[in-house]
Design a binder for this molecule. Structure first.
Ligand code: ZN
Length: 186
């Protein structure tokens, strides 16, 4: 299995607004499988197609898969849309496209989500807590928004500087490994 690389900040493609999906076909199912493979390999609990450089409205989420022994229970959501939001929750978020950084982000505590699955069946479901946070984070990716766009400009700038420095250092010492920050990778 060859895993596709995850785009990382500050890759400009992460800022693009993704296109709606018009046809659910084998090509799309293959892409969904690629996104799932990368998510479980990392591991993460959510991943959006644009993070693999595919600018289409598809996200995958599996908030039940808490460790490698847990049963996989993925939701593949085509053209996901949040139609209702309720309450507030603050979660310490991370992102597979934003290396070595976590921050508290405030989001809706409960959401109503509409999406189509890979068999072209339409769903309307409610999600709350971590699952609601995860869908909001992934759907943001479809609109070119990263979790660091939700934090203060000061904190964001500090991260951007740190990231630039790390990239320069990586370029200089390519064999040095950088360890990830703890937190939920979405
Ligand atoms: Zn993310």
């Amino acid at each position: 299995m060859v895993l596709r690389p995850i785009l990382q900040f500050p890759d400009k493609r992460l800022k693009e607004k993704s296109q709606p999906i018009v046809e659910i076909d084998d090509e799309l199912r293959a892409l969904a499988q690629d996104v799932l493979d990368v998510m479980y390999d990392e591991p993460g609990i959510g991943l959006a197609a644009p993070q693999l450089g595919e600018s289409v409205r598809l996200v995958v989420v599996d908030t039940d898969w808490t460790d490698e022994d847990a049963e996989k229970n993925p939701t593949v959501a085509v053209n996901p849309e949040i139609v209702a939001r309720e309450g507030k929750i603050t979660w310490t978020e991370g992102c597979l496209s934003v290396p070595d950084f976590t921050a508290d982000v405030e989001r809706a505590e409960k959401i109503t989500l509409r999406y189509t699955d890979l068999e072209s069946v339409a769903h309307e479901v409610e999600a709350e807590g971590l699952r609601a946070v995860c869908f909001q984070h992934e759907i943001d990716h479809l609109d070119g928004i990263l979790f660091i766009d939700h934090i203060s400009r000061l904190k964001r700038n500090l991260y951007v500087q740190k990231r630039k420095k790390a990239l320069r250092r990586e370029a200089e010492e390519t064999d040095e490994h950088v360890t990830s920050a703890p937190g939920t990778k979405l």
